[in-house]
Ligand binder design. Structure first.
Ligand code: PMT
Length: 222
């Protein structure tokens, strides 16, 4: 029998894209499938944690009875759900790809097509990770970074700025990494280490990430 590395711990994971409404039939979204976040939720449950999975619109399914799934649609919904479960959590991982912008005006009726271009003004959404970093007490807070240029450097800057305990950087320009694929290639970064995890199924990457997180949490409590 496997040792239960996370028994007694509460883990909060965000997964998938968000959808930002334009009108009743249109929205903006991104290419996140939810696979990375769902793999993290499953791995945490496998290690014996009590898991809450806040999921944007995705086709992924979760089977474990140890995972409580909370479905959300927009970045604003995700913000609220993450803050609802943050306080009680020990480990919080943000694998979701949250929209940075949303339409400033949301139409109640379908917008009719007409001659010429349609310009949609976009406004910033709240930065969920930043707001959790500001609120953090005992939680071990982990962000993800999807970058194509200088990913490690950019990840390190984000780690500091958002008051994170670790950041998982995926270079989404690499084959087999990032959005939609069943595999990923990541680097786990914080002040103590910069650990590269080579190409592997997202579930296996998730297990390795929890091993690193548990190690770092132990070190902190010495
Ligand atoms: O879902 P998959 O298809 O399996 O793909 C996985 C993934 C590539 C989406 C995932 O591994 C990943 O990298 N997720 C983060 C993607 C992302 O949006 O990165 P970012 O650099 O834009 O954001 C950095 C961090 O801030 C993320 O933890 C994000 O959740 C968070 N964020 C971003 C914007 C915002 N308004 N609020 C946030 O909390």
């Amino acid at each position: 029998k496997k040792p239960s590395l996370l028994s007694g711990k509460k883990v909060l994971v965000s997964a998938g894209p968000t959808q930002e409404t334009i009108d009743p039939v249109r929205y903006f979204t991104n290419r996140s499938s939810g696979k990375m976040g769902f793999a993290l939720a499953e791995a945490a449950a496998e290690f014996g944690a009590e898991v809450t999975l806040v999921a944007g619109p995705t086709n992924e399914k979760i089977n474990s009875p140890l995972v409580k799934r909370v479905d959300v649609t927009s970045a604003e919904d995700m913000y609220k759900a993450m803050h609802t479960y943050f306080e009680e959590s020990d480990i919080v991982i943000k694998a979701a790809a949250v929209a940075d912008y949303r339409p400033k005006v949301v139409y109640d009726q379908k917008v009719k097509k007409k001659e010429g271009n349609w310009v949609i003004e976009m406004e910033r959404t709240k930065d969920i990770l930043q707001s959790l970093g500001e609120k953090k007490t005992r939680q071990f807070l982990v962000g993800f970074a999807a970058e194509t240029v200088n990913p490690i450097e950019y990840g390190k800057a984000k780690l500091k700025k958002k008051n994170l305990d670790a950041i998982v950087v995926n270079n989404v320009a690499q084959e087999g990494a990032g959005f939609q694929s069943d595999t990923n290639i990541v680097t786990y970064v914080n002040e103590k280490r910069e650990k590269q995890l080579p190409l592997a199924p997202k579930k296996e990457i998730a297990r390795q990430l929890f091993r690193l997180i548990i190690q770092d949490m132990k070190d902190e409590s010495l």
